[in-house]
Design a protein around this ligand. Structure first.
Ligand code: 6PG
Length: 248
C-alpha cells in the first residue's frame, strides 16, 4: 500500500498514528510489541511527534520494546548516532523502562564485535518470544519476527545499512552484520540488520520524502525485477504488511 502526502508533517502524523494503532493492538494480543526504528533524518519529526504528550500517552511503553535497523559506528552521544536521535526526540521524554530500549552497541572493539553482540542480544530476547521458522535451502532457520519495522530509504535505494551492490544483500544466515566504512552518509562503519530479519517483520512502514525517492518507488512498483538489481529497497518483501508513506 502507498499513501501519499503533500508534506513530511502529514506523512509523519500518519506514521505516528500507525505506530500507536499497531502497538495498541499488538499489546492487547500478546502483551508485547517489538519495534525497529529507522535512522537518518526523515523520521525525526515522526519521533518528535511520538514524544509529544498527546501521542506519548497513547503508547503502551511498558510493553513496547525498541530496536534499531542499523547504527553508525559512532559514540551513542554523537549527533549522527541513530540512537542519539531517538533518545533526543522521544525516548528521553517518555516513561519507558530502560530494559525496553535495545540500542545497537557501538562501544566495543570493532563493528564486527558489535554486530555479534547485537545478534546474541536479539537471540536471547526472542528466545522466549516469537521466533519464526524460515526455510533456507531446505533447512529451517529461526528468524525473529518484529511486530513493526520502520524504514527510510536513501537516494540510492539503500535501506538500513544495506547498500547497492553489497554482498550483505545475499546474506541468508546472520541476523546482524557489520558494514565497512565508506558507504552512506556519514561514510562511517555501520551495523545493520539483514534482509532475512527485515523481511520476517509482521509490518514494515517506509517513510520517504522527495522526488528522487518517489522515482525509485515508482520503479520498484512498476518494474520490480529491474528494481531488485538496482535498489536494496526492492528486496523488502515482508511476510506481513508493507506500507509506504510518501511525502512530496
Ligand atoms: C541510516 C539510516 C538509513 C536512512 C537512509 C535515509 O542510518 O542512515 O538507517 O537507512 O534511512 O539513509 O536517510 P534520510 O532519511 O536522512 O534521507
Amino acid at each position: 500500500m502507498v499513501r501519499e502526502f503533500t508534506n513530511i508533517r502529514q506523512a509523519s502524523i500518519a506514521a505516528v498514528e500507525h505506530m500507536i494503532d499497531l502497538a495498541g493492538k499488538t499489546v492487547m494480543k500478546r502483551d508485547l510489541c517489538t519495534i525497529v526504528l529507522a535512522g537518518g533524518s526523515t523520521p525525526q519529526l515522526t519521533y518528535e511527534l511520538l514524544g509529544a504528550p498527546a501521542n506519548a500517552e497513547q503508547m503502551p511503553w511498558q510493553q513496547s520494546h525498541f530496536f534499531w535497523g542499523d547504527e553508525r559506528w559512532l559514540d551513542s552521544t554523537h549527533p549522527d548516532s541513530n540512537f542519539a536521535l531517538a533518545r533526543k526526540t522521544f525516548l528521553a521524554k517518555v516513561h519507558i523502562p530502560p530494559q525496553n530500549v535495545h540500542p545497537i552497541p557501538t562501544g566495543l572493539t570493532d563493528p564486527q564485535a558489535g554486530a555479534e553482540r547485537y545478534e546474541k542480544h536479539l537471540r536471547d530476547f526472542f528466545h522466549a518470544n516469537s521466533l519464526v521458522g524460515m526455510h533456507s535451502g531446505g533447512e529451517v532457520m529461526a528468524v525473529p519476527s518484529f511486530d513493526l519495522v520502520l524504514l527510510g530509504m536513501g537516494t540510492d535505494g539503500h535501506i538500513a545499512s544495506l547498500f547497492p551492490g553489497s554482498n550483505l544483500l545475499e546474506e541468508k544466515r546472520r541476523w546482524v552484520a557489520a558494514v565497512p566504512e565508506g558507504a552512506g552518509s556519514p561514510p562511517c562503519a555501520r551495523i545493520t540488520l539483514t534482509l532475512p530479519v527485515l523481511n520476517q517483520a509482521k509490518n514494515i512502514l517506509f517513510l520517504i520524502s522527495g522526488s528522487r525517492k518517489r522515482e525509485i518507488l515508482d520503479t520498484i512498483l512498476r518494474r520490480p525485477e529491474k528494481a531488485e538489481k538496482l535498489y536494496p529497497a526492492a528486496r523488502i518483501k515482508p511476510a506481513g504488511n508493507l506500507i509506504w508513506l510518501v511525502a512530496e
